[in-house]
Design a protein around this ligand. Structure first.
Ligand SMILES: [Zn+2]
Ligand SMILES: [Zn+2]
Length: 787
């Protein structure tokens, strides 16, 4: 069927009818929301934009920009730091390109000497290359160059000596450009704009690292007399000015009013039914979201509805595409070729070809990971399937933003996975719709992040007392610790790095903790990849099935002394997930709140982990087919946690007897970990938990949820600030779940070290009720923490 124009209100509804009523799937649709259309608001070009720049955009069909683009460009041009936070395909690139290109041309010397400098930062190489290609196609007289790990020596030299508009990534800034700033001094001295694109990617520990890299950049620029204006572009987020200010250390103005047009979108929330087999401890399990999505994608392709299915893992992408092709084959062999998988890592030509096939309609269905958001340009789709909640409301709106041809209507379907967060969301549309999206969470003051960057900064240029304020309130303490440890030396002119090694090596900005473990092919010794030290025990243990770039490997051996794992190719037909035992010690409290006799605390903890076994789950259903013990050493992690305590008399009043308490606390812990992403931009693998009926440090029932990164990443802090809303959602999820005694949708966790035992579903509800009785009434504040 062909989607009509914006008139009438029935296209998406009629389509949805075909997906539900016609197929007997009515009960799977838990909610349908019709999101209104938005009219376009064009504006005039600002007077300062030179003719050639206007003409270049006119050549691309932009006669007049949208109003938000002009607001951003004007702010940047006048030297105001600005962040544009609007939807997908709202033209954020134009908003920063126009002032940047104009500045280069305006400052160009009479004899063609280098004009103003622009430094563009993207989270990935591929995105910087796309941005480069887009700029080049404008055909302006501006010297544009990418600078990354693939650049040749000659290219790097040319960029350094001649380029005006340099496109790179934070990694290159950290490892190459800043440590060698003397060579780049002429470029840095001209720097007028720093563009931070896709700024919402900088969250968690990565966000903290990038915020420190940007502070180092500002300090070095100042040394050469440059004070560039920062222009940030981000997907929609809550209070983008707060996040942008935290990222850059500067006051930043936010532009959030999107003036680009869009059609109406019907957003359907979809819950797969229970499947026929049982899970762990006899729990009912739901049909995998991927299988459900393949059914829907099949129907959509049959109806000729151009659809993009977002799947969270590469394996999942392959599976959805393959299953859909098989189902289509049964209907009509000619249809099987109209669906494909997009796995990321494609060459630009390959991506362009896929885009072209979709535009032409040769391809009707495409399954993709989020990698697509960084590199493929397809708008004008009729429908978007989201296979599992993409982690944040911001990401959900971004993916949904792919649907809709200009002002035409579109359909979006969120298919829930069998976990507490997705289950909560498809039954609580108010948690998704009509409320601000999350703020990006990260903590630039994390000493584990700050320390290495202070060393790198000291190597770039001795650190002075005056510099320290730029690096945050804790930097003086951290500098003193680094000096005491012999990494920095204090002299009259400041703190110096005295080691021979490059200080930048101390910080791996993409790592989430610990020195990396190399993955080697056992037969050849070839390096296949690396895995973060913090994750090696759980993902590269002997027997682990390891997915790398779409290929399946089996880990034969993990040598922790040499930090290598030996792998061989092969797909045993199952995936593995490690289980670990965890204990926790309280180091100190940072803040607390009293809820009646109960307490809610934010503080520092030391977590001790041990991976004890792993589970094998058969494909594609995920059925557990075995568990193997492992013998791995303990690891400790110093981090930040949020915890709550319930004293004995409150348990007594709630009628919670000693036999119920351990299972109740354990169940509440699991579900609360699953739901923390509701208030913090993390996923459940970023955090961990411990529950105990009586903890030695508190003397009472205590449930901890901690950041899985050394020094914390800000997630536990968000949990503490939004505790009432977070724990109420936890309670509701457990109570509302249809299962009798606990299942993966409520209290079972795939990473439990105790075989999901004991778990007491009813006890958990009673326990949370007792805890929440004196909790503050939750407002709708899911915005960033206000300490
Ligand atoms: Zn359940
Ligand atoms: Zn557990």
């Amino acid at each position: 069927m062909t989607p009509p124009a914006a008139t009438g209100d029935t296209w998406a509804a009629a389509l949805l009818d075909r997906l539900t009523t016609d197929r007997g799937r009515e009960d799977r649709l838990t909610h349908l929301e019709l999101l209104p259309s938005r009219p376009a608001q064009p504006a005039d070009w600002p007077a300062w934009v030179p003719g050639p720049v206007r003409a270049a955009y006119a050549g691309r069909g932009v006669e007049r920009p949208w109003r938000h683009q002009v607001v951003v460009a004007d702010a940047a041009w006048s030297g105001e730091h600005v962040v544009v936070s609007t939807g997908t395909a709202s033209g954020k690139s134009l908003a920063f390109q126009v002032p940047a290109l104009s500045a280069v041309l305006a400052a160009r010397g009479a004899r063609g000497q280098r004009g103003a400098g622009v430094l563009y930062l993207a989270p990935t190489k591929a995105l910087a290359h796309d941005q480069w290609a887009g700029l080049r196609s404008l055909d302006l007289d501006v010297r544009i160059s990418t600078h990354d790990g693939d650049s040749t020596r000659e290219e790097r030299d040319w960029t350094r000596d001649h380029a005006e508009y340099v496109l790179t990534n934070p990694d290159m800034l950290h490892r190459s450009l800043l440590p060698a700033h003397e060579h780049w001094s002429r470029f840095l001295a001209t720097l007028r704009f720093v563009v931070v694109d896709e700024a919402h990617h900088y969250r968690g520990v990565f966000g903290a690292h990038v915020s420190q890299v940007l502070r180092r950049l500002r300090r070095i620029c100042a040394r050469y007399g440059a004070h560039p204006t920062f222009v940030l572009a981000s997907a929609t987020m809550s209070e983008p000015e707060v996040t942008a200010a935290r990222l850059t250390g500067l006051p930043v103005r936010a532009v959030t009013e999107d003036a680009s047009p869009r059609g109406r979108v019907a957003l359907a929330l979809w819950e797969p039914p229970f499947s026929s087999y049982l899970g762990e401890n006899g729990a009912p399990v739901r049909r995998p979201a991927g299988s459900e999505a393949a059914d829907l994608l099949t129907d959509l392709v049959i109806h000729d509805v151009r659809t993009l299915a977002f799947v969270r893992s590469r394996r999942g992408v392959e599976q959805v595409a393959r299953t859909t092709a098989d189902l289509l084959e049964e209907v009509d062999p000619a249809l099987a070729g109209r669906v494909a998988a997009y796995r990321g890592g494609y060459l630009p030509e390959e991506r362009r070809e896929l885009e072209e096939q979709l535009r032409r309609g040769d391809l009707v269905g495409l399954a993709a990971t989020n990698a697509l958001e960084l590199g493929i340009d397809i708008s004008g789709l009729d429908a978007v399937l989201m296979v599992g909640f993409p982690g944040t409301r911001a990401a959900l709106w971004q993916q949904l933003g792919r649907a809709g041809r200009g002002a035409g209507d579109a359909l979006g379907v969120l298919v829930a996975r069998d976990d507490p967060l997705d289950t909560y969301l498809v039954h609580h549309p108010e948690a998704l719709i009509g409320r601000p999206v999350e703020a990006s969470v990260f903590d630039p003051d994390n000493p584990y992040v700050l320390g290495p960057h202070l060393c790198a900064a000291a190597q770039e240029l001795p650190l002075t007392e005056d510099d320290l304020s730029m690096f945050g309130p804790t930097s003086r303490d951290v500098v003193d610790q680094l000096t005491a440890a012999g990494l920095l030396r204090r002299r009259p002119r400041g703190w110096f790095w005295t080691d021979r090694r490059p200080a930048a090596d101390l910080a791996d900005i993409r790592s989430t903790g610990g020195p990396a473990v190399q993955l080697l092919e056992a037969v050849t010794g070839r390096v296949v990849g690396t895995v973060d030290g913090g994750r090696a025990h759980s993902t590269a243990h002997p027997g682990a099935v390891y997915l790398h770039r779409g290929e399946t490997w089996l880990v034969r051996e993990l040598d922790l002394d040499d930090r290598v794992a030996l792998l061989e190719r092969g797909d045993p037909g199952y995936s593995t997930s490690a289980r670990e035992l965890t204990s926790i010690d309280v180091v100190g409290e940072r803040a607390h709140a009293d809820w009646g006799g109960c307490r809610l605390v934010l503080g520092d903890v030391e977590v001790t982990h041990r991976v004890v076994s792993y589970l094998k789950r058969r494909h594609p259903g995920g059925e557990v087919v075995g568990e193997e013990p492992l013998d791995l050493p303990e690891r400790t992690l110093r981090t930040v946690a949020v915890w709550w305590t319930v004293p004995d008399h409150v348990l007594d009043e709630a009628g919670l007897g000693g036999d119920v308490v351990p299972g109740a606390a354990h169940a509440a812990e699991h579900c609360s970990i699953g739901l923390l992403p509701l208030v913090a931009t993390c996923d459940r693998w970023d955090i961990g938990g411990v529950s105990t009926a009586r903890h030695p440090d508190t003397g009472v029932l205590t449930v901890f949820v901690y950041d899985g990164h050394p020094g914390g990443a800000g997630f536990a802090e968000r949990g503490f600030r939004a505790a009432a809303a977070w724990l109420r959602a936890t309670r509701d999820t457990i109570e509302d779940c249809e299962c009798p005694e606990g299942c993966p949708s409520c209290v079972q966790s795939p990473k439990c070290g105790n075989q999901n035992n004991p778990l007491d579903k009813a006890g958990a509800v009673a326990l949370l009720d007792a805890l929440l009785r004196h909790a503050p009434v939750a407002g709708h504040d899911d915005g960033p923490a206000r300490a």
